[in-house]
Design a protein around this ligand. Sequence first.
Ligand code: NAP
Ligand code: FER
Length: 335
Amino acid sequence: MDPKVNTKVILASRPTGYPTEEDFLIVESEIPSLKEGELIVKIDWLSLDPYMRGRMNDARSYAPSVEVGDVMVGGAVGTVVESRTPLFSVDEVVEGNFGWQSYALSSGVGLRRVNPLLGPVRSSIGILGMPGLTAYFGLLDVCQPLAGDTVVISAASGAVGQVVGQIAKIMGCTVIGTAGTDEKVRYIVDELGFDVGINYKNENVGNSLDSACPNGIDIYFDNVGGFVTDEVIKRINTGARIAICGQISQYNLREPELGPRNLFHLTKSQAKMQGFLVFAYEAQYDKALNRISKWIKAGKLKYREDIVEGISNAPKTFIGMLQGENLGKTLIKVS
Ligand code: NAP
Ligand code: FER
């Protein structure tokens, strides 16, 4: 095979606050020839996700930080183009933690074979991948929705939020979403069937929640934290369930905000608040993916993807996603 040029995005410096394009460097290198037990994947689609911001910090986590000079981490899906391992053969489509690059060298361990019958391969890193599974388990397992419950979701038009709201509708719940633009609010209500959308940037969130949730809130799927969460917590019902999926309003702050200081509401309402990580549910992924795929095929689950072409656009697309420029799942079309 001819030598291949790998374009990769490496971490150039650790950001404080929002990352800038200078925190990344785009470099090219040649892929070395394959050793026994290795394979090469040509990356087709790269997922950009909020957790990557945390991996740019030098902080203790469930997974190690990206070192300065290393390729940025990230889930991606691609096609095996060379293989010297019996685990995968050429032309198979695989999903894995390949990073922000156009080719990945792998031992094959930890890769997931993508089932093209479930949906387009790019959805294996979107609704039929980590974000969709997060929505599924965070809502169904952590929040245990019942028909008639009032469910509030923050960052409701994003990769995770758009799926949570529709699964909650399938479960017979009343669904309210918060999002940062009027276009996003229109999307969740008009296209996805949420009952109410609240633009947290130009509405009084407390007043809007009062009118949207006259009977209080039974479930809160929190993606953002901050003042939106404060307002929701004030309005929870007896026996409410709160899933802390993420706190994106805090990820880019130089100094974390104080709070929440209103947790006594949980005492009064005997409510539960639980953080969770999707990876804990790995043993149940296949069953969940089959269910999500059936809902998509039945027209019960819709989704949007925000697609940008070219690996070299990953830094600015990632920074934009952290600032709310995306609508739906952020993806880079690599090749
Ligand atoms: P996303 O919603 O597609 O994109 C991020 C969105 O966050 C932006 O579009 C923006 O939307 C919103 N945002 C940014 N800054 C904000 C702020 N200061 N206040 C409120 N909203 C803000 O991202 P995603 O992939 O679906 O992830 C959503 C959340 O789930 C994140 O917190 C992520 O860390 C978490 N997550 C957790 C797990 C897990 O296993 N626990 C797995 C996946 C994701 P607006 O325009 O609406 O502000
Ligand atoms: C995420 C935010 C945080 C996420 C994982 C984490 C998979 C985990 C952080 C940690 O363990 O430090 O969106 O998605």
